[in-house]
Ligand binder design. Structure first.
Ligand SMILES: [Zn+2]
Length: 166
């Protein structure tokens, strides 16, 4: 696949990395996909080689809704990557997808680290970020076979108690 430029950085997925290549190709079709274990049926992210729950190696892609809840977050004040310096301070969120919540144990879920952005792909303001707020995926198209999944806030009522720093 081509090298993709994103905020002045080169995003490179090697040709032999079929896991991420297919993940980003699906994203370019605006589909969020997870690896689903063929043995136990549980999904996982990132798309690792073996199932973290039962260690089976067989799997298939499963499309998910791209809807979820902010499970945790941080605010980046000092950006290490030069490409993000003009974004700071900006949020990085841990999204728990609606699928597979509380499985296989009550403390588990399908969670992704992601940017939280507006539709114009600028970072969400710190005062709008909180644990429990609802989000959905949106896709930033960067090449003919590559898009980055990002997340954005929705108007849905929050899940349970909303909590934010100070
Ligand atoms: Zn499994």
């Amino acid at each position: 696949m081509p090298n993709v430029e994103y905020r002045g950085m080169n995003l490179i997925v090697p040709d032999n990395d079929s896991e991420w290549t297919e993940y980003f190709q699906a994203a370019r079709q605006h589909r969020l996909v997870m690896r689903k274990c063929a043995a136990c049926g549980l999904m996982r992210y990132p798309p690792s080689h073996a199932c973290p729950w039962c260690t089976a190696l067989k799997w298939g892609w499963q499309e998910v809704s791209g809807r979820g809840t902010i499970y945790s977050y941080e605010i980046v004040v000092q950006a290490i990557q030069p490409g993000f310096r003009d974004w700071a301070p900006y949020p990085v969120v841990l999204v728990e997808l609606d699928e597979q919540r509380g499985e296989p144990t009550p403390d588990e879920g399908l969670r992704m680290i992601t940017n939280l952005v507006h539709f114009e792909l600028t970072p969400e303001r710190e005062e709008n970020v909180a644990i429990g707020k609802r989000v959905r995926v949106l896709f930033q198209d960067l090449a003919p076979d590559f898009a980055l999944p990002q997340f954005t806030l929705t108007d849905e009522p929050p899940e349970a108690r909303v909590w934010r720093f100070g």
